[in-house]
Design a protein around this ligand. Structure first.
Ligand code: AMP
Ligand code: ZN
Length: 136
């Protein structure tokens, strides 16, 4: 299940070299070429799934377990002060490479980065409308 036009398929399967931190039969973890902070890495499945919607449930568990393992190891080695997991789906959500990936971003007190959003301020009624839209 590879996509011939997908750069992350090629990287994950070793056809294009990368700075690999970890590899097994199904996944490769690489350093991001445009890091938000020192050690910013990406978990790539070796099979092609465009996004979270396409990712099989079993792989969701694998990715989260691998994220935890990598976060622990990287925190010990890099002495970072915190850690973000980021996973974008769709252009409007910031996805630029359409092969599922999980960002592993070590954070440092003085890194000057801002992985954040502008909080809204909905009323209880507005929140209830949203809850109904999702749940009913
Ligand atoms: P996203 O915006 O969530 O789709 O993230 C794509 C990420 O892939 C960005 O952080 C890019 O810096 C990174 N990236 C793009 N091309 C490469 C590449 N060839 N090797 C490593 N990282 C890459
Ligand atoms: Zn791909």
């Amino acid at each position: 299940m590879k996509n011939d036009n997908c750069i992350f398929c090629k990287i994950a399967n070793g056809e294009i070299p990368s700075k690999t931190l970890y590899e097994d039969e199904k996944y490769r973890v690489i350093l991001d070429l445009g890091p938000a902070a020192k050690g910013h890495a990406l978990i790539l499945p070796k099979d092609h799934y465009a996004n979270l919607y396409e990712l099989p449930e079993e792989a969701c568990g694998d990715v989260m377990k691998l994220a935890k393992k990598m976060a622990k190891h990287m925190t010990e080695k890099l002495h970072c002060d915190g850690f973000n997991l980021v996973q974008n789906n769709g252009e409007c959500a910031g996805q630029t490479v359409f092969h599922f990936h999980m960002h592993l971003i070590p954070r440092y007190k003085e890194d000057g980065q801002n992985i954040n959003w502008k909080p809204g301020n909905p009323s209880s009624e507005e929140l209830e409308e949203v809850r109904k839209e999702i749940c009913e």
